[in-house]
Design a protein around this ligand. Structure first.
Ligand code: TSX
Ligand code: MN
Length: 604
């Protein structure tokens, strides 16, 4: 099953010379060019079953699906070990870890020297986005992890078709990854090889990614956060498009009219749930284009076109259930990889929130016996499913359209128990960009830090912007001037998480969020009643369809309340935060802040 790299050389001299260089550096035992076939996936999966990396789930419960348990220390993205190595420190900005590229390359060369001894080096050609789309881009990941190969096959369009498309001089993003655990001759491998020393490194000018030491998620599946957000955000800035941490959904009204909406939220706000929402309003339909990343470009007709660069979902398992997200549940019925969830006695998976009652016995994510009396969680809070997007029952017809889908509205949001109303519409693009820059969310137990503390996360891009966030705001402002303002999507700020005086969530959320989307749909259709308030347009009385909801008048009023004193405090807080961007903060953002303060002081 081993391929000669000579297969690459005739048509892809650039790729060949990069692979040759990396083979010489990493010194693997063998080299495997991935063709992306079903047979290849089965071969690697079976090999991982035999060496203990994968557990094959019960084919009667979960056909062609596998469970992987990571090293207990390799369970999440490592932001402190993530670097943006631009030539100038200012180009990485105040929100990124920066190192000089030359110094970092020297460090990495030492680490990667011989790091694949005893292992196979896999070459994975992949496309982010539908093959051949104007908005798509090609990458090639080199990795020594077959777990990564199998996940990349679900998460991207991967294999032979991509090389067929790549012309000899075509650029691709080189993505180098190693788990950083060479094997000496005869040394037995572990189920989840990794290294305590970890580096997730981006060279934005060269469009290169080097990742060392971790086999997990965003650290290792380099097409996702590293390429599709950190490197692509830089490509978008340079080339005039947008790479965003956004879901994409289609919404159809009872008359059969359809619009597309993107939405950016920090973690723990339920992005995947919104992307696959089951509407509670009769006659409305929501369909999924993507749940995590959107690449957007203005087309010649002036519409903003979005593609989902991914081909699968890498979703957080805990909390996912037939109640919270039945469409996700059906997406993961087969052909899926589960990482760090619990194993049931009948060979299926379980996690907290899947069922009201936990099973009487489980094997937990670390391979230990678990019962409901156990103190620890059965599944890791960041445990994941990897599933093909094509298996989503409500996947949109146009999800693989190379032209992308036309975006009518962009939503920002966060988890805020007070101050922020259910929904507000920006006055114009510039005000909307200000809204994006103001995204903040209360931390949940899932993230490190104090529970309930507010964390700023502009555009939900804080860990994912590959350049200076101040420049990023400026890029968004500039994008708004490239087409007539009437053609621009409208921008909204939503908050599903406001609480009442008793500390209870006011808004039912989940499927009922379609009521908010209905108002957004009507607004972008030129209908939909709104009241102008200091913070933006909010739904007029009866603007939001609440038929069938049992909510008190007081609760409903509180849901939309804009308290000027609270908001003035918010403005001060925001000004302190934005100060870190110094001279890189675009003037219009600061002007928006000043204008908001004035409206809050003078309006009633
Ligand atoms: O995903 C969520 N969404 C978006 C859904 C489309 N969650 C889960 C957040 C963690 C990922 C929500 N949680 C949402 C929401 O809109 N709202 C809430 C808060 C909430 C939780 C439970 C209830 C109401 C609100 N109701 C009952 O428990 C009955
Ligand atoms: Mn994400």
């Amino acid at each position: 099953m081993l391929y000669k790299t000579a297969e690459i050389s005739k048509k892809h001299p650039l790729l060949q010379s990069w692979v040759d260089q990396i083979v010489a550096l990493c010194q693997p035992d063998s080299v495997w060019l991935c063709d992306g076939s079903e047979e290849e996936f089965q071969f690697l999966a079976q090999q991982m079953v035999e060496n203990g990396t994968f557990i094959r789930l019960n084919p009667e419960k979960r056909p062609n699906s596998f469970l992987a348990r990571s090293d207990p220390a390799d369970v999440a993205r490592v932001e402190e070990r993530t670097f943006i190595c631009s030539i100038n420190k200012d180009d990485a900005g105040p929100t990124n870890n920066w190192r000089p590229p030359v110094e970092m390359k020297a460090t990495l060369h030492k680490l990667f020297d011989g790091c694949m001894k005893g292992r196979t080096l896999y070459v994975i050609p992949f496309s982010m986005g539908p093959l051949g789309s104007d908005i798509a881009h090609i990458g090639v990941q080199i990795t020594d992890s077959p777990y990564v190969v199998c996940n990349m096959r679900i998460m991207t369009r991967m294999g032979k078709q991509v090389l067929d498309l790549l012309k000899p001089d075509d650029f691709f993003v080189p993505c180098l990854h190693s788990v950083g655990k060479p094997l000496s001759p005869g040394q037995k491998d572990v189920a989840w090889p990794c290294n305590k020393e970890q580096y997730i490194v981006h060279f934005p000018e060269e469009r290169e990614i080097w990742s060392f030491g971790s086999g997990y998620g965003g650290n290792a599946l380099l097409g996702k956060k590293s390429f599709a957000l950190r490197i692509a955000s830089v490509m978008g800035r340079d080339e005039g498009w947008l790479a965003e941490h956004m879901l994409i959904l289609g919404i159809t009204n009872p008359n059969g009219e359809k619009k597309y909406i993107t939405a950016a939220f920090p973690s723990a706000c339920g992005k995947t749930n919104l992307a696959m929402l089951t509407p509670t309003l009769p006659g409305w339909k929501i369909e999924t284009v993507g749940d995590d990343i959107a690449w957007m470009k203005f087309s010649p007709d002036g519409s903003l076109r979005a593609i989902n660069p991914e081909a699968g979902f890498f979703g957080v398992a805990p909390g996912t259930s037939m109640i919270s997200n039945p469409n996700a549940m059906r997406s993961i019925e087969s052909n899926s990889i589960f990482t760090n969830v619990a194993l049931t006695d009948d060979g299926d998976v379980w996690w907290e929130g899947l069922t009201a009652q936990p099973p009487a016995h489980l094997i937990d994510w670390q391979g230990r016996d678990w019962t409901p009396a156990s103190k620890e969680k059965a599944a890791h809070p960041n445990s994941r499913f990897t599933a093909p997007a094509s298996q989503c029952p409500v996947i949109d017809k146009a999800w693989e359209d190379p032209a992308g889908v036309p975006i009518s509205a962009i939503l920002f949001g966060g988890r805020r128990s007070s101050v922020v109303p259910l929904v507000a519409e920006a006055f114009d693009w510039e005000h909307g960009v200000f809204m994006g820059s103001s995204v903040s969310s209360e931390m949940t137990a899932a993230a490190a830090g104090e529970i309930g503390k507010l964390r700023h996360d502009p555009f939900a891009m804080l860990p994912f912007c590959g350049y200076n966030m101040g420049d990023y705001f400026n890029h968004w402002l500039k994008m708004g001037t490239t087409v007539e303002s009437s053609k621009l999507p409208r921008i909204y700020y939503v908050n599903w998480f406001r609480k009442n005086g008793e500390g209870k969530w006011i808004w039912p959320g989940f499927g009922d969020n379609c009521r908010v989307l209905k108002w957004v749909f009507e607004r972008v259709s030129g209908k939909g009643e709104a009241e102008k308030k200091a913070i933006g347009y909010v739904p007029a009385h009866d603007g939001i369809d609440v038929t069938g909801l049992t909510m008190s008048h007081a609760d409903l009023d509180q849901l939309f309340e804009v308290n000027h004193n609270e908001w003035l405090h918010e403005v001060e807080e925001m000004e302190r935060y934005l100060a870190m961007f110094g001279k890189f903060l675009p003037k219009p953002i600061h002007n928006q802040l000043s204008k908001l303060r004035e409206r809050l002081q003078h309006d009633t």
